[in-house]
Design a protein around this ligand. Structure first.
Ligand code: FAD
Length: 464
């Protein structure tokens, strides 16, 4: 009798509970990934699809070594999964859970239908430290503020990652057909090593080389001081329990790493918090968590939106971030905050427009982290953030990119502008700008928005 594993955001062999459970049974194990087109589900963005294909290609080989054949299908999982069950004559169907409300409803319906046809169906937790329903305030309600959530999370027992898993006799890896790769994918593929082996390497290199300075370096966009685990976590090439135990183990053997290790784990806990919100709230990619934010009259300004998307706002650190995103599928966290703040506050454009652009262009575009972080910056998120928190991209740039190295890396038009003006070229002598743009061959745009006036405008709208 055979078993079908439905892979989703768990593209790994290690610590994969659904796969481990399937391999404990005798008989063939099949795996399937469905690129879902079901209407009620949020389809993957462009950059994420590029990542997905590479990740599945790597996983297919690793699964075959364990005797598991991976199929790739595109269409409605509501139809494809029952079809696959018939094709493979599976008596058991296993998958790891997802946490968005639409996905859960969808999965529950499939589960009911499969069970009605006589299959054994089971789901597992591969992507969180603790299930969102296992963590609650003293009153039994979900958390809405990070710090008490983190305090509660630390007190929970975190299950050990699954150890060695069974293997069936190896088969040859099937060829998967993903169709034509888009021309713009080159920058992403050049920048990243994709798949489970890469994810493990990235984690161990980070722990060896970067963790000690993480608390200081994580805010400096030019430094590469963060782990860059996000796309690996997004697709489940590595799970948070593996990270948790690796860091705990390191702290035990090297107590001097305790505070840096704790800082890093608290960032991983932000991811858990986002999933807590995703699970407990109503579609956080569509609705502001604070309803009154959905009464704001956002400006519709397609020209400004386009300039923001293309990194042509004339605000250097914002443009640097948006160009890093476009070229590599990733952006530094500090700069994500600044770009999101410019869009939602200074330009007063609906946070959903920004969230959608990130969804399409980030390789780590995450159903929980992306909307939760956008809402955090917009101020509409779970905790009542002070509406007057509006980042100033000039002073932030001067603080976190003091010599403009990050700006110059992504905005070559400003390569020759002296440090003093690199975050506010509009204030420099036009002569200096002319010289710089002559040298780079392109002129850098004037700011599309006056930072001071637009800040006042945002304050008055938000106050209302
Ligand atoms: P590290 O600093 O090394 O952190 C390790 C891991 O912790 C990350 O991989 C991530 O899983 C988690 N983490 C770190 N910071 C946060 C945070 N603030 N919120 C939630 N989890 C966090 N992160 C995504 O994974 N996907 C997204 O789609 C996403 N969209 C964002 C949009 C905006 C507007 C903002 C401000 C932040 C967004 N983030 C998102 C959070 C954060 O920017 C990234 O997780 C981080 O930059 C990834 O780089 P890293 O792996 O090197 O981070």
């Amino acid at each position: 009798s055979s078993t079908l594993v439905w892979l989703r955001n768990d593209l790994r062999i290690a610590d994969n509970p659904a796969l481990a459970a399937a391999l404990r049974h005798e008989g063939p194990v099949h795996a399937v990934y469905v690129l879902e087109t079901d209407r009620e589900l949020r389809g993957l963005g462009g950059a994420a699809k590029v990542w997905l294909h590479e990740s599945l290609a790597a996983l297919s080989g690793a699964l075959a070594e364990r005797g598991v054949r991976l199929s790739f299908r595109e269409g409605e999982s509501g139809k494809i999964i029952p079809e696959m069950v018939r094709e493979t004559k599976a008596e058991r169907v296993y998958w790891n859970r997802r946490y968005d409300p639409a996905g859960r409803t969808h999965d529950a319906a499939i589960k009911t239908a499969l069970r009605a046809d006589g299959a054994e169906v089971a789901s597992f937790n591969a992507s969180l430290l603790v299930e969102p329903w296992d963590i609650a305030t003293k009153q039994g309600t979900p958390y809405g503020v990070f710090t008490p959530f983190w305090t509660a999370l630390r007190e929970k027992p975190i299950p050990d990652p699954i150890g060695r898993i069974e293997k069936h006799e190896a088969i040859s890896a099937p060829a998967l057909d993903f169709g034509k790769r888009p021309a713009w994918a080159g920058g992403i593929l050049e920048r990243w090593a994709i798949g489970e082996d890469a994810a493990k390497r990235v984690l161990s290199d980070f722990l060896d080389d970067l963790l000690a300075d993480y608390p200081n370096d994580r805010d400096l966009p030019r430094k590469d001081g963060t782990s860059r685990m996000s796309p690996h976590l997004r697709f489940g090439e590595i799970g948070p329990r593996q990270i948790w135990f690796a860091v705990r183990h390191l702290i035990d053997s090297k107590p001097s790493m305790a505070s840096a290790g704790e800082k890093f784990l608290s960032e991983v806990a932000w991811r858990e918090f986002s999933y807590h919100l995703l699970y407990h709230r109503d579609d956080i990619a569509r609705h502001s968590m604070q309803e009154r934010f959905d009464e704001i009259e956002w400006r519709s300004d397609s020209k400004a939106l386009k300039a923001w998307q293309k990194g042509q706002t004339g605000i250097p650190i914002v443009d640097a971030g948006m160009r890093q995103l476009w070229q590599t599928g990733w952006m530094h966290n500090r700069v994500r905050m600044l770009t999101a703040s410019l869009l939602t506050k200074n330009l007063l454009i609906d946070w959903r427009k920004g969230e959608n652009w990130f969804w399409d262009t980030l390789v780590d575009a995450d159903p929980a982290n992306n909307p939760a972080s956008w809402q955090w910056v917009a101020g509409s998120g779970a905790d009542a953030a002070p509406y007057f928190r509006i980042f100033n991209p000039v002073t932030q740039g001067e603080k976190f990119d003091p010599h403009g190295d990050y700006v110059r890396q992504w905005v070559p038009e400003l390569s020759d502008v002296p440090d003093k003006w690199v975050h506010k070229p509009w204030a420099a002598d036009p002569e200096i700008l002319n010289k710089a743009s002559l040298k780079s061959g392109t002129a850098y745009p004037a700011p599309i928005v006056d930072l001071k006036a637009s800040r006042e405008r945002a304050l008055s709208v938000l106050k209302r």
